[in-house]
Design a protein around this ligand. Structure first.
Ligand code: AR6
Length: 334
């Protein structure tokens, strides 16, 4: 998945590069910096001494030493004062410069902590938004898998307003699961109670038809598949394939599989990711999901959150993923 928010200790990430939220001396410190130096061992500090420090908003690269990651990219975030001292531009620059360095070294995977959001005091929700904006912009032009590593859940929050809005929407729509399952099972049973026979219109007489013939006829009338509908919608929206899968946060290999196999059965999160990328209405989303054998249900928080964003016309997959993460749900994408 091109951009993923995960909860982890960044020193444990098996990626090509991890990013360190360092200070200008590059000689170690507390927070994530201290953790990285401890896990990497003395070799890291020795190499850091040769770098001559680093300016705020810039980035430098070293080896990963005892870390599972091959490289450490050290960047210096701004100290947050009141948000009016150019903090945002400097923080954006940290992400841009780190990604550029990773690209130059041929990295395919990279993990970022939330730079500046600890000792340097950048509000976490705003720090996360900057990270997501810069990374998603980069991913529109480049192939890389990027992880944003959130260390502790308690420290993480999406904006209060969004959280409250979604929580209210869930309260209004959350249906007792048992009620819904019962209704669902009645609905699912209905088609199977019909007998394999039919009345012909002309003679109004009952004509037996074999189950095989009936099934054969029905199978020949099979609907457009998920893959066919997806490709049709991409054309209708005037998008290129790449625009569509990138906006869906889906990697190219998975998209190629779907493109070349008209019977491909995606996961529910993949199907929804495409619906979001194509900016489908709720009705069209339901239609696309049905092609993959899924539905949106009010018995499920994940589905309600998706419905919330579609009904608000907000198709920003990264914002949706932020909200899903905050409510402990699976994220969209591959
Ligand atoms: N893995 C992932 N994230 C972590 C980890 C970890 N092991 N440990 C902390 N975080 P901070 P800053 C998160 O203070 O604000 C250092 O002393 C943490 O929860 O490490 O950029 C440097 O030397 C927070 O969300 O970095 C500088 O002097 C985020 O990492 C100064 O702190 C960043 O918190 C830099 O301050």
């Amino acid at each position: 998945m091109p951009l993923e928010i995960v909860r982890n200790d960044i020193t444990k990430m098996k990626v090509d590069a991890i990013v360190n939220a360092a200070n200008q001396s590059l000689l170690g410190g507390g927070g994530v910096d201290g953790a990285i130096h401890r896990a990497a061992g003395k070799g890291l500090l020795t190499e850091c001494r040769t770098l001559g420090g680093c300016k705020t908003g810039e980035a430098k690269i070293t080896g990963g030493y005892n870390l599972p990651a091959k490289y450490v990219i050290h960047t210096v975030g701004p100290v947050y004062k009141d948000g009016k001292q150019g903090e945002k531009a400097l923080l954006e620059s940290c992400y841009r410069e780190s990604l550029a360095l990773a690209k130059k070294r041929g990295c395919e995977t990279i993990a970022f902590p939330l730079i500046s959001s600890g000792v340097y005091g950048y509000p976490k929700d705003q720090a996360l938004k900057v990270a997501i904006d810069v990374i998603s912009g980069f991913l529109l032009e480049n192939e890389m898998t990027v992880y944003i590593v959130i260390f502790d859940k308690a420290a993480y929050k999406i904006s209060e307003k969004l959280f409250t809005d979604i929580a209210e929407f869930i309260d209004d729509n959350y249906v007792d699961t048992h009620t819904d399952y019962r209704r669902e099972s009645i609905r699912l049973c209905a088609p199977f109670s019909a007998s394999a026979g039919s009345f012909t219109a002309d003679h109004c007489e009952y004509k037996e038809i074999s189950v095989e013939d009936d099934l054969d006829t029905r199978i020949k009338q099979i609907d457009e598949s998920f893959s066919q509908m997806l490709l049709r919608k991409i054309d209708e929206k005037g998008m290129t394939d790449a625009q569509c899968y990138k906006k869906a946060n889906i990697d190219r290999k998975l998209f190629s599989k779907i493109r070349s196999d008209i019977h491909y059965k995606p996961s529910k999160t993949t199907a929804i990711a495409f619906a979001i990328s194509l900016e489908l209405s709720l009705e069209e989303t339901e239609d696309l999901l049905r092609k993959a054998g899924f539905a949106l249900s009010h018995s499920n928080k994940f589905d309600i959150i998706i419905e919330y964003f579609i009904s608000k016309g907000n198709y920003n997959i990264f914002e949706i993923n932020e909200a899903l993460f905050a409510f402990d749900q699976s994220l969209l994408g591959a």
